[in-house]
Ligand binder design. Structure first.
Ligand code: ZN
Length: 311
């Protein structure tokens, strides 16, 4: 072996070691480019567990010519860092916006991973108050469910609020953000990338996993009717597969919510107790949805509490 070839071999092994070290330091979330400039990660169809690390929501990012917008940051600081690493593999551009589609833990607890980019944190005008009211409970539950995996996770409230519509400029790419009537939560927003025709619906769209009512079943059905009027080329659900057809992907959710509202109204009219309603309504839906056993009874309870005040 010549000295030159020895030096080349040494340099190569040093490079490999460095590559392995940096890969080890920053594992990247698996993402796929779903439309030009739009990258999405498919979360696990499950509740948060130490095994899945709280990675249960679809998250992603959109790349402009000037900077990057992140759409939801995952269930922990660790997942947020993996998302940051995935972005770094795609582009050296800074993250200028971190958008939270709503308050739920699986969508917000990775926010702090982006602090050193000094982004604007963007959410509904109602997000900050909703997060503050639930912060203690959310953090306690996160540590109970995930243990050490949750370390460092914190709530970072929005610095930029959406009330109605707002546009964000990423450089040669404009995003339109829109707040909605109380539905999945009272702070749902959607993100539309005009250039690619991609609509990020957050948890206004569940596919496969049962929709969770933490806002208003009446409002959600009204929002769905309006969302159906939109004409995106591609949609991203908050939970479920990334290649869903439009608008058929809304049908199952709409039908579930419409039947739930109908049956709960009928039960209230018959004077049935909430317990009877919870025990009998929607049992035929069990085989149709993932996580039915976790959320369905809670949905009946929420719908009953909301609809019993109707005249
Ligand atoms: Zn949610």
């Amino acid at each position: 072996m010549t000295i030159a070839s020895m030096l080349r071999a040494l340099a190569l092994s040093a490079m490999l070691a460095l590559g392995a070290a940096s890969a080890h330091a920053e594992p990247a979330l698996a993402v796929q480019q779903i439309t030009p400039g739009n990258y999405a990660h498919r979360g696990h169809d499950d509740v948060a567990t130490p095994a899945n690390g709280g990675d249960i929501a679809n998250v992603g990012f959109i790349v402009g010519s000037r900077c990057v917008a992140v759409i939801d940051t995952g269930g922990t600081l660790a997942e947020g860092r993996q998302l940051r690493a995935a972005i770094r593999r795609v582009t050296p551009l800074p993250v200028c916006y971190v958008i939270n589609t709503h308050m739920h833990p699986d969508h917000i607890f990775g926010n702090a991973a982006f602090n050193d980019h000094h982004p604007q944190y963007v959410g509904s005008a109602k997000l900050a108050e909703a997060e503050a009211a639930r912060a203690d409970n959310y953090l306690r539950a996160l540590h109970r469910e995930l243990g050490a995996v949750a370390d460092g996770s914190e709530i970072i409230p929005p610095t930029l609020s959406v009330d109605g519509t707002m546009t964000l400029d990423l450089g040669e790419r404009t995003l339109t953000l829109q707040s909605w009537k109380t539905a999945h939560t009272n702070n749902d927003i959607t993100v539309y990338d005009e250039k690619s025709g991609t609509l990020w619906l957050g948890d206004l769209l569940f596919v496969g996993c049962i929709p969770v009512v933490d806002g208003s079943i009446v409002g959600w059905l009204e929002d769905i009717a309006r969302i159906k009027q939109m004409n995106p080329r591609y949609v991203v659900p908050g939970h479920g597969p990334l290649n869903v057809p439009w608008p058929q992907s809304l049908d199952a959710e709409e039908q579930y919510l419409a039947e739930l509202a109908r049956d709960v109204r009928a039960a209230i009219k018959r004077g049935e107790t909430i317990q009877k309603a919870v025990d009998t309504i929607g049992v035929n839906q069990r085989g149709k949805w993932l996580l039915y056993d976790v959320y369905h009874r809670r949905n009946v309870t929420a719908a009953y509490a909301e609809l019993e005040w109707e005249q």
